[in-house]
Design a protein around this ligand. Structure first.
Ligand code: FAD
Length: 258
């Protein structure tokens, strides 16, 4: 169990669907992280801490910390977390970690692809408001695959926020592109991202060329199956996976365990 470093009040809660909501908490003084990292957080339940990994969904410079959460109806944490209100207290560990940071990718890339499913979009909504992302890359493509169109709302809102952000807005308007696809209802962009890459539809829809290790860097955050399937495709395109302290063409993190 992670050590509790902070107890922090909730400042904002917004529900999107029966499965997804976001919340913001006060940022502790002196708490530093790199955009894309995650932390352990949770609630005291019956006097015991229940903590889970959560990606910071806000950029490293934000005055508060934002998180985007799943609701698992019988989940130990989120069956309770879904009911939090402004003023309630969240417990949090002190040491952010994670590999989905810009420095885990090798230099020389011009295009950054961030591929996600569901709440796996959270580390990327942090990165799209980080000025370093725009300094390093000329084109940034964020993809999110969900079951239904309504599940894309959070990411769509964050894209708008990035495009209107005083710090990165001008760059985001020129460089940032969002590609949402759904798997459980008819939509103009239907299907898993792996299928959309393999069929070439992703690139056709965006009007860009296919993956190329010379110019492209990729970050992936989704289920273990999604990570494995994506890996097969990226490896076949000649991209190599980074590990630990060895930066490479692509890097991944699982969006949940199980
Ligand atoms: C590195 C990392 C980062 C994470 N970041 C986030 C985040 O930013 N937001 C977030 O909501 N969750 C995130 N998670 C998942 C999170 O840690 C919890 O699993 C989630 O909050 C549910 O907790 P629970 O106790 O209610 O259910 P758990 O007992 O933890 O999970 C029950 C089951 O629900 C499913 N599940 C759990 N989380 C998810 C999810 N996010 N999406 C789809 N299915 C899921 C799995 O099948 C799991 O076995 C992350 C996990 C990891 C490993």
């Amino acid at each position: 169990m992670a050590k509790i470093a902070y107890t922090l009040p909730v400042t904002h809660v917004e529900h999107y669907t029966e499965s997804y909501f976001r919340f913001r908490i006060k940022r502790p003084r002196g708490f530093r992280f790199t955009s894309g990292q995650f932390i352990m957080l949770g609630l005291m339940i019956d006097d015991k801490p229940v903590m889970r990994a959560y990606s910071m969904a806000s950029p490293h410079w934000d005055e508060e910390l934002e998180f985007y959460s799943i609701i698992v109806q019988d989940g130990e944490l989120t069956s309770r977390l879904q009911h939090i209100k402004v003023g309630d207290e969240i417990i949090m560990s002190g040491k952010p970690v994670g590999t989905l940071t810009l420095r885990s990718l090798s230099g020389g890339g011009k295009r950054l692809f961030m591929l996600s499913t569901g709440t796996g979009v959270a580390p990327f909504t942090s990165l799209i408001r980080d000025e370093d992302t725009y300094e390093r890359y000329d084109e940034i493509y964020l993809t999110q695959t969900c079951r239904q169109i309504k599940d894309l709302q959070y990411a769509q809102q964050r894209i708008e926020e990035a495009k209107n952000c005083p710090l990165v807005g001008e760059d985001a308007q020129k460089k940032l592109h969002f590609y949402g696809s759904v798997t459980r209802e008819p939509y103009e962009r239907e299907g898993r991202i792996t299928d959309l890459i393999e069929s070439g539809k992703l690139f056709e829809d965006l009007g860009i060329s296919g993956l190329n290790p010379e110019t492209d860097r990729v970050m992936i955050c989704g289920s273990m199956d999604m990570l494995k399937d994506t890996r097969v495709i990226l490896d076949a395109q000649g991209l190599s996976k980074g590990s630990g302290h060895k930066p490479a063409h692509y890097m991944w993190e699982k969006a949940f365990t199980g």
